[in-house]
Design a protein around this ligand. Structure first.
Ligand code: HT7
Ligand code: ZN
Length: 876
């Protein structure tokens, strides 16, 4: 396949200042007429051919300035329309008629049908499946859209911008016209038509304009959209307060559909959502679902300024909108909920998804320079690491200068398609600093590591940190340059009090941040009489790994006393991880793992510490996941041994704290009315975490069954079901609860996804057969991305012992299923396939079998560009 290269970018010869689209909707034959105002760019030769992108279109007619174009004057192929001799005039009108079949579109890109609703997904390159176009993000056009459909089939007709006109037509048909005054790239185009229920509200902006808000859902589900609406209004308000950004159209609409490749899409004035991220009430959604809905509603809304008003020049700049918008949604959630808890959750996600990507064959820079398939670059690196890079800019410049830079960015680039260089330049301009070394965070792949050791010289009252940076080699980047790493830190003394110093040399240190720029720094603090414990990378100031030579006593001390909540969590988590890695080695050596009693004691103290938020305590008590442990071990991974080590530690903690955990568990029982707020969710999280420990003790299954039966919300119900299914698989209690859950939610596919997920996650070799059986369940559909991700995605990426069965059968089922999904939906298949990205870290037996599964996929016939790209890079 073709490799797209950043350095090959050049502006298009032609522009499309105005686009007028006319849709006659019909499931099997939708007729699209596009009227494009084409303008030759200044300085381009008149004879330059006009080459438009297309994908699977049936071309019915081409006309220029009202005259049909003779067949010899253009060439149409599956993926291109070339106007060989465009008119000599600077500007002309191109009329294109195409036909498409939304009902046969199972890739869910372009115009497709989801439960009888017409909808579109155009990012990244879906618009070319609707009409021929310059389908690239630097072509900004003003759209006017007319939609015509049968009134019965599609009473609702939506597109971007503001409504202009609507009316009835003959034969039970009707139409609507929409106009979007803001020039936008084609990937932000959207159309939705169908029979949907509506929830309305309004928002008055900071300058006093009224915006009509609408959320459209499957009829009958309107009452499940209330939380999303509330989150939308809070997002609109927050963006005004935190970034001075106001909404700009008369209407803002959100539509929930049940077949969607990703989470949601920020189409101008018409966001389209996976229904999973809109619909919620306590009966059907967990607290995690509520938090995700809030974050994703905010994320898509925030794109209106970071993505839509200022878009990307080309797809290499994807992080310009995604990294920045993730940063904005993270800050929003931190302000709406608990900042410390949110930060810990973010870092856990980053480590679980971005670190393995950065440390494996699919590693790429936040701003890649090459791609074969852009769909495969909607990654944790572009999104999550991209957000961390923005956060570091704020850390380096300080909040006021950062805000001034953002203001300048909006002012300078509004209405443009911009680049990462443009973004960095605004911060250089407002601060007067040179960010050239910092920019490596965008250009260089790989997770930097800092090795740190410390020494205290009591006589000289000196405290010294020896810090060395390294960036590991990644595919096609063997030599790395030294990076600028903002390392927030604290010197912690008795009782957790900060230890002061009089002077520091060896690195720039300002406002609690050491600026690492060289390979080695010897950072010497003078006037330090007491030996401090050193707390490093506070608040996770940089997305790096740390190898700190620190005594366990210091680690225990920080886990109890660090004033930085993140680092305090980190200290305990590091203790747990170190203990688990040691236990893993004991298991491999045929020994029963043993743990120092201090660890379980500290767990007990954290659980019962009323000064700490319950949500924080829940996060601290959650042991590192099996995949986290595997990542920290690095190679020779035997998932069964990791599982055994983790079980042993969980049991040790549970046994040591049995009574205290039980008492706290009972204390946390909540009989008041349900509220999804962060504090209530935190208490549920802690209680469910305690249940997970208590379930390991005698009577555990009974307790979990009681929890399940008494549950009055989905968080408790799904929490208890997970404990029963995962800890007591095959028992009567587990089987009864699974059956009860299935019966209760029969017919509600979104909730049954949780049931699929829980069963796909049951540890052990037997789950494979269960997954096979569930694929035949009436609620399962290989064509629906949510179903596939719940069952196959969970099995392959969240079930270490089940998927990595030593006999390789997990990989076989996986490869088979990925290829089955791929026939319909290459994008979803390619994403699933990334579950094998860490195959080289496995012990030799599993490694060989995983490789064979990848090779089997590679040699399948007619492999899509999407899947081929992932499989080949994974094997390379
Ligand atoms: N910008 C959106 C990305 C997206 C997408 C990309 C490829 C194919 C389908 C897709 N659906 C949504 C979502 C976002 O980051 O806000
Ligand atoms: Zn986004």
């Amino acid at each position: 396949g073709h490799v797209f290269k950043l350095e090959d970018y050049r502006p298009s010869d032609y522009l499309i200042p105005a686009t007028s689209l006319d849709f006659r909707l019909s499931p099997d034959a939708t007729h699209v007429t596009a009227l494009l105002t084409i303008e030759r760019r200044e300085g381009v030769a008149a004879a330059a051919p006009l080459v438009l992108d297309g994908d699977g279109l049936t071309l019915l007619g081409v006309a220029i300035d009202g005259r049909a174009l003779p067949a010899g004057d253009y060439e149409a192929t599956q993926d291109r329309l070339t106007i060989l001799k465009p008119p000599a005039a600077q500007s002309f009108e191109l009329r294109l008629e195409t036909e498409i079949a939304p009902s046969r579109n199972e890739a869910l890109m372009g115009l497709y049908r989801s439960s009888n609703v017409y909808c579109t997904q155009c990012e990244a390159e879906g618009f070319r499946r609707i009409t021929y176009f310059l389908d690239r993000p630097d072509i900004l056009s003003v759209y006017t859209v007319r939609i015509e459909a049968s009134h019965n089939e599609a009473p609702l007709l939506l597109s971007n911008g503001n409504p202009v006109e609507r009316g009835a037509l003959a034969n039970g048909r009707h139409y609507a016209v929409w106009h979007d005054p803001f020039p936008k790239p084609s990937y932000l185009f959207a159309l939705v038509a169908g029979a949907l229920g509506k929830v309305t509200d309004s928002f008055s902006t900071m300058s006093g304009r009224e915006v009509e808000l609408g959320i459209y859902v499957e009829p009958g589900k309107e009452r499940l959209a209330g939380y999303a609406m509330d989150a939308l209004k809070r997002s609109m308000k927050w963006d005004e307060e935190a970034f001075g950004r106001e909404y700009d159209l008369d209407v803002f609409n959100i539509v929930a559909v049940s077949d969607f490749n990703m989470g949601a899409m920020e189409n101008k004035g018409l966001n389209v959502f996976n229904d999973k991220y809109v619909l919620a009430d306590e009966e059907t959604a967990t607290d995690a679902d509520f938090a995700n809905i809030e974050a994703i509603i905010a994320h898509e809304y925030f794109h209106n300024w970071t993505g839509n008003r200022i878009t990307c020049r080309d797809w290499f700049q994807l992080c310009l909108k995604e990294g920045l918008t993730v940063y904005r949604d993270h800050e929003f959630s931190a302000d709406q909920r608990s900042r410390a808890v949110k930060r810990i959750a973010e870092v856990r996600t980053l480590r679980a998804h971005q670190f393995p990507e950065d440390q494996g064959p699919l590693a790429h820079p936040v701003r890649p320079r090459r791609y074969r398939e852009i769909n495969n670059f909607y990654t944790a690196t572009v999104y999550e690491k991209g957000s961390e890079v923005v956060r570091m800019i704020r850390t380096i410049l300080g909040p006021e200068t950062f805000r001034a830079g953002m203001d300048l960015y909006f002012e300078r680039h509004d209405g443009e398609a911009a680049t990462i260089e443009d973004f960095l330049k605004v911060f250089e301009d407002v601060s007067g600093r040179d960010l050239a070394q910092f920019a490596l965070w965008y250009h260089q792949a790989g997770t930097p590591n800092l090795t740190v050791s410390s020494a205290h010289n009591a006589a000289a009252k000196e405290f010294t940190l020896e810090i060395e940076q390294s960036v590991p080699a990644t595919p096609s980047e063997s030599r790395k340059r030294l990076m600028h790493i903002p390392l927030a830190f604290g010197l912690v003394g008795a009782g957790g009090k900060p230890v002061t110093w009089t002077a520091v040399e060896g690195a720039t240190v300002d406002d609690g941040v050491i600026h690492i720029r060289k390979r080695r720094h010897t950072v010497r603090f003078t006037g330090v009489s007491e030996r401090p414990s050193v707390s490093l990378n506070r608040g996770f100031s940089a997305p790096i790994t740390l190898s700190v030579q620190q005594k366990p006593e210091d680690q225990f001390f920080l886990a109890a006393h660090d004033s930085d909540a993140f680092s305090r969590w980190q200290a305990f988590n590091t203790l747990l991880t170190d203990a688990l890695i040691a236990a893993f080695r004991q298991v491999l050596g045929g020994k029963q793992p043993v743990f120092v009693t201090k660890l379980a004691e500290l767990a007990g103290r954290i659980a019962g510490d009323g000064m700490l938020e319950p949500a924080y305590r829940a996060l601290a008590l959650a042991l590192p996941g099996e995949a986290d442990i595997a990542r920290d071990i690095g190679k020779g991974i035997d998932p069964d041994a990791i599982f055994a080590a983790r079980e042993a530690l969980a049991r040790t903690i549970a046994e040591a704290n049995h009574e205290a955990f039980l008492a706290l568990y009972e204390d946390l029982a909540d009989n008041g009315p349900f509220s999804p707020d962060a504090a209530s969710a935190g208490r549920r999280a802690l209680r469910n975490t305690l249940l997970d420990y208590l379930a390991l003790l005698p009577g555990g299954a009974t307790l979990a069954a009681r929890h399940f039966n008494a549950a009055t919300n989905m968080t408790d119900r799904a929490g208890a079901l997970t404990v029963l299914a995962h800890r007591h698989s095959g028992t009567a209690e587990a089987e009864q609860a699974l059956a009860a859950f299935e019966a209760r939610y029969r017919g509600d596919a979104l909730v049954l996804d949780k049931w699929f997920q829980i069963q796909a996650g049951v540890p052990g070799a037997k789950t494979l057969e269960k997954v096979r059986a569930l694929m035949r369940h009436p609620a399962f559909s290989i064509a629906n991305p949510n179903r596939v991700r719940s069952l196959i995605g969970t099995f392959s990426s969240a079930n270490q012992t089940g998927f990595h069965r030593p006999d390789g059968e997990g990989y076989r089922l996986f490869a088979e299923t990925v290829l089955e999904v791929e026939k319909r939906n290459p994008q979803v298949a390619a994403r699933l396939a990334t579950a094998l990205r860490s195959w080289r870290a496995l012990e030799p037996g599993r490694q060989a079998k995983a490789k064979q599964a990848l090779l089997d996929m590679a040699k399948a016939e007619n492999l899509s560009a999407d899947l081929r790209d992932i499989v080949e890079r994974t094997l390379a």
